[in-house]
Design a protein. Sequence first.
Lengths: 114, 137
Amino acid sequence: MTVKEIAELLEAKIVCGTEEQLTEDIKTAFASDLMSDVLTLKQTPLLLTGLCNVQTIRTCEMAGLEIIIFVRKKKATEEMIELAQDNDMVLIESDFSMFKACGLLYANDIKPLF
Amino acid sequence: MHFEYKVIEGDFVNAGIASSSVKKTLKQLNIPPAIIKRVVVALYEAEVNAIAHACGGTVTADIDSDKIRLVVADKGPGIPDIDLAMQEGYSTARPEVRDMGFGAGMGLPNIKNNVDKLNVQSTVGVGTTVEMEVNFN
């Protein structure tokens, strides 16, 4: 599934990201509000999280995650968007709960990391 | 190459500035991405620790042709039992640290998993120094 298709599935708003990034094919995802867990990941491009602050962006920068989907109606601040753009990241905002967002992705063949 | 950064107590907004700068430098030096990731994850964990637990401190990075050496030194409360602090899940983090998505007791163990050499020196009431090395090949 492309990033764009994922955003449509989650009825989500794409806050930033290039056309090239939005056509990237996504096969796996991780979901967590705990950044300590995100920092232990080996490799995945996509994070679903309800933790919406500058450290979410920083953590993903260090962990090499380039696509963040904020769930539960969380909205990225200007500062977060600027930092994400500086690091070539995609930010997406969905009103869905974490459970619903993960369930929809799983049902559409996005695989867990473990 | 030698770099120095200041880490300020409780300044979560700027947590990661040193790690981000080191990441950009290593990228310019064409260090493999998998190695850069190990370096910056370890440094970021140590940076967050200094901000969360100590009164801030300093980060120094020395980049050689074959390795990077990182030292994060603080003048915080110190760690009474380093072996206990190295155990996954052990944490003394305050609620505001947990609100930022950290404080799960995984920082030091995750640093250990990502570096080739780790040395933690700590004196209660004086401070903690975390020395890390990652080889480039």
